[in-house]
Structure formats: structure tokens, C-alpha cells
Write a protein that binds this ligand. Structure first.
Ligand SMILES: Nc1ncnc2c1ncn2[C@@H]1O[C@H](COP(=O)(O)OP(=O)(O)OP(=O)(O)O)[C@@H](O)[C@H]1O
Ligand SMILES: [Mg+2]
Length: 233
């Protein structure tokens, strides 16, 4: 579904992503793991058109998308749920969800049912300002808002950061459920263990380069992977 071929991303003299190639098959969950500064966000931003690429190609269902504008990429069904729980703080939960669907003209009732079923807590807080939600609730809202754009490929940038362990497993469970409903997932995480438990396949980035890849069940068994590249569990 998604093919990243020899993609390099630079910021002036800084090379953030160095000739990275990866594939995401339809209906799978693929994880990109890596420590702080390894280039994960830079790569996601390149895929959704927020970063231009210095070289390489990005294809979605066989079509080159690396020269398209961000809004054209979103229309094709590639949607990013950004890091830091970027929600509109002063807007209510409902207004945030509607903002996620701003490019859509059809009836949204099924989409609301879908996200409230996934995150019942949001339904109880529809009128609450997003800025007053707890960290976990804000993360749920960020994911729900991305879902309102009706993604074919949902990309999540470190959804577990800063959450207590029980919330991390709640969020991972929700991501797995989203995938089971037919949405392909590209999951970027530093919490390697949590991500490998739900992913089918994973790539490891280290200072902008891919240093390892394989089926998750293989990487999770190899404790040297977790120790050397990902700083423990
Ligand atoms: N706008 C920018 N201008 C200059 N350098 C940048 C910019 N954005 C990122 N970088 C650099 O690119 C490298 C990769 O950063 P990136 O944010 O992609 O890493 P990351 O893997 O997402 O890290 P984290 O886990 O901390 O979010 C870092 O060295 C960073 O300092
Ligand atoms: Mg990042």
C-alpha cells in the first residue's frame, strides 16, 4: 500500500533520514522504532507532505505522492495523528472531532459511532474543552480526530509517550481494534515492547538509518534488539 524508497530528509546541513526504504502492506500494522532524534517524525512528515524529501520516492497504491501538497495526500486517505497530542486546546471535544472531518461532506453519524465505541470516555466529555482533558484522554481525542478524516492508512507518532502503563495498553488495544476494522497502521514508537506486541512487522531507525527489520515476533524474542537499539523495555 505504502512504499518508501531510498528517502532522504535534510534540514540544511542536518541529515535527519538517510536513504530509508520500507513497505507497509494493506491491512497490516507496521512499527517504526527508534530513540529520540532517530528521524521518526521527520520520516512521517515526509510521507504526509509536511517535509519535502531531498531524494527518493514515496508511493501510495502505486502512485507517487512525494510531490503532492499535504491536503492532496490527506484526501487519498493518509492521515497523521501527530505527537504531543496536538489537539485544539480551546475547542471542545466535539469541535475537535468535527475539525478532523473538515474535508468531508458526507454524513458523519457512523464515524461518531465508531470513535465513541472505541473511546466511550470521549462521548461523556463532548462539551469539555480539549485543554482540560487528562493526558490519556487527549491522546484518545487526537486518535479519534484523525479517524474522523476516514484514513485508509493511519500514521501514529508516539501515541504512548507520557502515559501510565495501563493507559499505554489501552491505547495499543484501541490501535489493534482500529486495524481489525480495516485501517492500515504505521505506528512510530519509542516504547518498542508495547509496539512490537501489536505490530506485524517492524523497522528500527538509528540516527536516520534503518538498522534492522523483521516480523515483530522475531524482533521481540531477540532481547539484543531491545537492549542495543531501544534502551530496554
Ligand atoms: N525543523 C528542523 N530543523 C532542523 N533540524 C531538525 C528539524 N526537525 C528535526 N531536526 C533534527 O532531525 C533529527 C531527527 O529528528 P526527528 O524529530 O525526526 O526525530 P524523532 O525520531 O522523531 O525523535 P523523537 O523521538 O524525539 O520525537 C534530529 O537530529 C533533529 O534535531
Ligand atoms: Mg518525533
Amino acid at each position: 500500500m505504502l512504499e518508501v524508497k531510498n528517502v532522504t530528509v535534510t534540514y540544511g546541513p542536518v541529515v535527519a533520514v538517510k536513504s530509508v526504504s520500507l513497505r507497509v502492506e494493506k491491512n497490516s500494522i507496521v512499527a517504526i522504532l527508534g530513540a529520540n532524534g532517530s528521524g521518526k517524525t521527520s520520516l512521517l512528515h515526509a510521507i504526509v507532505g509536511l517535509n519535502s524529501i531531498a531524494s527518493g520516492e514515496i508511493l501510495f497504491n502505486g502512485e507517487r505522492i512525494d510531490r503532492l501538497e499535504a491536503h492532496e495526500i490527506i484526501k487519498r486517505g493518509l492521515v497523521l495523528c501527530p505527537d504531543n497530542r496536538m489537539v485544539f486546546q480551546k475547542m471542545s471535544v466535539l469541535e475537535n472531532l468535527l475539525a478532523g472531518a473538515y474535508l468531508r461532506k458526507e454524513d458523519l453519524s457512523q464515524d461518531f459511532d465508531f470513535v465513541f465505541n472505541l473511546f466511550p470516555r470521549l462521548k461523556e466529555r463532548l462539551k469539555q474543552k480539549a485543554g482540560t482533558l487528562s493526558g490519556g484522554e487527549r491522546q484518545m481525542l487526537a486518535i479519534a480526530r484523525a479517524l474522523m478524516a476516514k484514513p485508509k492508512l493511519l500514521m501514529l507518532d508516539e501515541p504512548s509517550t507520557g502515559l501510565a502503563p495501563n493507559l499505554v495498553s489501552e491505547i495499543m488495544k484501541a490501535i489493534k481494534q482500529i486495524n481489525e476494522l480495516g485501517i492500515t497502521i504505521l505506528l512510530v514508537e519509542q516504547s518498542a515492547y508495547a509496539a512490537l506486541k501489536i505490530a506485524h512487522y517492524a523497522y528500527v531507525l538509528q540516527t536516520g538509518r534503518l538498522v534492522m527489520e523483521g516480523p515483530s515476533e522475531q524482533l521481540i524474542k531477540d532481547s539484543s534488539v531491545i537492549q542495543s537499539y531501544l534502551g530496554g523495555r
